[in-house]
Design a protein around this ligand. Structure first.
Ligand SMILES: *Cc1c(COP(=O)(O)O)cnc(C)c1O
Length: 422
């Protein structure tokens, strides 16, 4: 019933399949790690050369010359990012990195007063976010062990929105949560959480690292106060690509917590006054000179996502993960591999999360077979079919290869230690 030919047929029928040829991929490899680092596209490569050339050709005048003057690049890319997050064009800017943008937004939105001093986060979020929140608390003279509240998970994999809302009490001054949990791939109900936070008068922001480019958002409509993300995962902006920052228009004019001259009103920036005049939109939250060459790939990467349409990509992604789970249920459950991501479409993000006590060695065996998974020690294996470039045929092949590895126990020939980067 689930044959290779059937998978190839599905690929042939899907209009989004043509995007694959825009990317560089190795024909002998199945790349399922696009949720950690997306692949390079031809367009993104050309953009880097184009901006290098504008440096070669114009020198300093590249700031205002060429097809993509560097002085306006962050705003230009912000506009192109807006449809991905459901924001107005002047609510998004491409700047900084996830962690730096989080620092900026907490410095701007965290206003402790009296007994209302706590930051609410969760115990499953990405460590960098927690480090940033801890240090922001310390800078204000608060002890993170008391003032950082991390909502507990009952099963170690997922969070319950009702329990998060129960923690939104009168001592909470700020809420920072992920849109999609980086391990289990659970999608949190951002709309319901935002409504609940605002009923209690608490500002709320989201880390979109694992949802940007994978699923649609309606940040403006939901009234989310702020958001931040990286662009090197599903957005395919390249290693260390510049991140994204969103601030709801109702907050324009709020003084940036971390100020710098690139947050200036563009017309005033080169007046070089010591009294800053900040931009009247999201641009105010930039700090220093943009990393032009690391932003360059986003010119095409964002255009490609917008061309495909984020709704269509989400729909294809759901079909891919559904097909993946069906094949795993069919072929692999007798080997002790558990599907630990949420199964329902509302709560399922862009990647699958499998668990097995031998995950470390299974990942090594997969890599030896030309399949690139993403290990989350000690027992997690993330598999992300990127809707822009992975295929149903690759999913079929992955399940067959995994079945062979489990049947033959070929993973037993590998050592248990993980690499420095996993
Ligand atoms: C990838 C990721 C980060 C990485 O932060 P950088 O500042 O880009 O290194 C942070 N948070 C989450 C949830 C992530 O998935």
């Amino acid at each position: 019933m689930y044959t290779y030919e059937e998978a190839v047929r599905i690929d042939r029928k899907d209009p989004l399949s043509s995007f694959r040829e825009e990317f560089y991929y190795d024909k002998d490899t199945i790349y399922l790690d696009g949720n950690s680092l997306g692949l390079l596209s031809r367009g993104a490569e050309a953009n880097v050369y184009e901006l290098l050339n504008s440096w070669k050709k114009y020198g300093i005048d590249g700031w205002t010359s060429g097809n993509h003057p560097w002085f306006y690049l962050s705003e230009q890319l912000g506009k192109a990012s807006a449809p991905l997050v459901g924001a107005e064009k002047d609510e998004v800017v491409v700047t900084g990195s996830t962690t730096v943008n989080l620092h900026q937004l907490v410095a701007t939105f965290y206003k402790p007063k009296g007994k209302c001093t706590k930051i609410l986060a969760d115990e499953l979020t990405f460590p960098s976010d927690i480090y940033a929140l801890q240090s922001q608390l310390k800078m204000q003279g608060y002890d993170p062990s008391i003032h950082l509240k991390q909502v507990k998970s009952q099963d170690g994999l997922t969070l319950d929105e009702t329990e998060i809302i129960m923690e939104m009490d009168e001592e909470v001054a700020l809420i920072v949560l992920p849109s999609v949990l980086y391990r289990s791939g659970q999608v949190l109900d951002m709309k319901a959480l935002t409504i609940a936070a605002h009923e209690r008068g608490i500002p709320i922001g989201f880390d979109l690292c694992h949802s940007i480019g994978a699923l649609p958002h309606e940040l403006s409509e939901w009234g989310v106060d702020f958001a931040f993300w990286c662009n090197y995962k599903y957005v395919n902006g390249g290693p260390g690509s510049v991140g994204g920052l969103y601030v709801n228009a109702k907050h324009f004019g709020k003084t940036p917590g971390l100020s710098g001259w690139f947050g200036s009103d563009k017309k005033k920036q080169f007046d070089m006054e010591h009294e800053p005049t900040f931009a009247g939109d999201v641009g105010a939250y930039q700090i220093g000179t943009p990393h032009v060459l690391s932003a360059a790939p986003l010119l095409s990467s964002l255009e490609m996502l917008n061309q495909a349409g984020i709704q269509h990509l989400r729909e294809r992604s759901l079909r891919m993960t559904d097909y993946f789970m069906t094949l795993i249920d069919h072929e692999l459950t007798s080997f002790g591999l558990t599907i630990s991501n949420p199964r329902g479409e509302q709560a399922r993000g862009g990647h699958l999360f499998l668990e097995h006590p031998e995950a470390v060695r299974i990942c090594k065996a997969l890599k030896a077979e030309g399949i690139i998974p993403d290990l989350r020690p000690p027992s997690g294996i993330r598999l992300a079919p990127a809707p822009l470039y992975n295929t149903f045929a690759e999913i079929w092949q992955t399940v067959q290869t995994l079945k062979k590895i489990m049947e033959e126990k070929s993973y037993e020939q590998y050592e248990r230690g993980r690499g420095v980067v996993s």
